[in-house]
Design a protein around this ligand. Structure first.
Ligand SMILES: Cc1cc2nc3c(=O)[nH]c(=O)nc-3n(C[C@H](O)[C@H](O)[C@H](O)COP(=O)(O)OP(=O)(O)OC[C@H]3O[C@@H](n4cnc5c(N)ncnc54)[C@H](O)[C@@H]3O)c2cc1C
Length: 403
């Protein structure tokens, strides 16, 4: 079987990329080691903060239209620091935006993307992995684990997440660093939660975010040193609620019920280069950032849109869309955004995540700058909503311009 593009990995990024490329009329295959399930009742309680650029991308794919009833707009983000007075408030209205972003349930987004993949022209090889991959002239020869005959593909996209087996077997180098933390994710029922407000709280022990998930329901993401995670997971519901309340006070309401809690490992993972011969790494395979900045998936979608743009141009000009020139154009298009996003996400952790004197000084200056200098705040508002760098068409509003 011959394909134009084969995507390895059917997580959020592989599914999104599959949809985008199939719309170019290309023959696309998706290989996923598990079932590509449309189940919404998964045990993944993550909420994702989507930037406006991601909402635009998902609108072009027809996915946002199915999500928006369940999406919660973020009209304000309050940034606070434990033990300090004052709040840095990012306000959508002041930025001239309908919202700074939207919060959607991870499981619902994955289910909608999976349904769209099954309804598309994409060939799905589920419960399959790659047994062998070799590059021959102008295509990859791919041997799958549960499909007898090999397949050929002009371009291979690795979207396998941080355990990128393919990329490792191809000798791609990675920088991997543990943050020494895990993320505790919880769904909390709250009395009188403020509407449309998200909170980011920074402390020596680790950053914490509360996102509006539904009416009077918040999703907690709390990154903590590993040794503090187990006691938090094992303590009683009441003790857990009291502990979170003590951390953030009552600005987000009074916590009444713990609906779910789970943990996620956290580490920084970056490929030395996201591009190889007829190969592009996307999503967590290319770069995985700390979730406190809510950027990894948003950045991944902006990059899928950029790759889509350069491939669309090559297809229109009847050129080889997987050759070095096309992939170099993609490399150049994503560079500034990746560098800035990484700087922003890791900068937040370094600024707020430890208590060395230098960091403390910078942190205060950072806070002052954000509070006092409107342009600095404006910069972060623009950044958080993904509007700071040049964008490919799929990251911009669809024709009707409505969300
Ligand atoms: C607690 C938490 C909160 C977050 N919040 C946000 C947020 O608010 N905003 C944001 O932008 N990002 C956020 N993120 C990041 C976001 O969840 C990830 O960026 C995104 O899910 C990564 O998707 P992916 O498809 O790249 O990787 P993955 O989700 O890891 O998917 C990889 C897929 O590849 C498959 N696979 C792996 N190896 C193989 C193989 N060899 N063969 C075939 N298939 C394979 C896997 O089964 C999986 O389906 C958060 C992350 C965490 C942990």
């Amino acid at each position: 079987m011959q394909f134009d593009i084969t995507i390895l990995g059917g997580g959020l990024v592989g599914l999104s990329a599959g949809l985008a490329f199939s719309r170019l009329g290309l023959k696309v295959a998706l290989i996923e080691k598990h079932a590509v399930s449309i189940e919404t009742q998964t045990q993944d309680w993550r909420s994702l903060a989507l930037s406006l650029t991601s909402v635009h991308f998902l609108s072009h794919m027809g996915i946002w239209q199915k999500l928006k009833k369940a999406a919660q707009p973020i009209s304000m983000i309050d940034v606070i620091e434990k033990g300090k007075f004052g709040v840095v408030r990012l306000d959508a209205a002041k930025e001239g935006l309908p919202a700074l972003g939207y919060v959607v349930p991870f499981a619902l987004l994955k289910s909608e993307l999976s349904q769209a993949i099954h309804a598309s022209t994409i060939t799905v090889f589920e419960k399959n992995t790659l047994k062998a991959a070799s590059l021959e002239n102008d295509h990859w020869q791919l041997q799958l684990s549960a499909h007898t005959s090999p397949i050929q593909s002009k371009l291979l996209l690795a979207a396998e997440g941080t355990e990128s087996v393919l990329s490792q077997s191809l000798g791609i180098e990675f920088e991997t660093e543990t943050y020494g933390e895990e993320a505790v994710v919880a769904r909390l029922q709250v009395a009188h939660a403020p509407i449309g407000v998200a909170l980011e709280r920074f402390a020596e022990t680790g950053p914490l975010a509360l996102l509006p998930a539904d009416k009077n329901i918040l999703t907690l993401v709390w990154a903590l040193p590993k040794f503090q995670v187990l006691p938090l997971m094992e303590m009683s519901e009441q003790d857990f609620l009291t502990q979170v309340q003590n951390e953030v006070g009552f600005r987000m309401g009074s916590f009444k019920k713990l609906l779910a809690r789970q943990t996620f490992p956290l580490h920084f993972h970056q490929a030395k280069s996201p591009v190889g011969p007829r190969l592009v790494l996307l999503g967590n395979s290319a770069l995985s950032l700390h979730p406190v900045a809510g950027q990894s998936f948003n950045l991944a979608l902006r990059n899928v849109a950029r790759l889509h743009e350069v491939i669309a141009n090559a297809v229109t000009q009847k050129e080889d869309f997987a050759n070095e020139a096309t992939l170099s154009a993609y490399l150049a298009a994503q560079k500034t955004d990746v560098t800035r996003t990484e700087f922003f996400a890791n900068g937040l952790i370094q600024l707020f995540g430890n208590n060395h004197l230098k960091a403390r000084m910078t942190r205060r200056l950072g806070f002052l700058a954000l509070t006092l200098v409107p342009s600095a705040k404006h910069y972060v508002g623009k950044f958080g909503s993904g509007r700071l760098t040049s964008l490919a068409p799929l990251s911009t509003p669809p024709f009707e311009g409505k969300l």
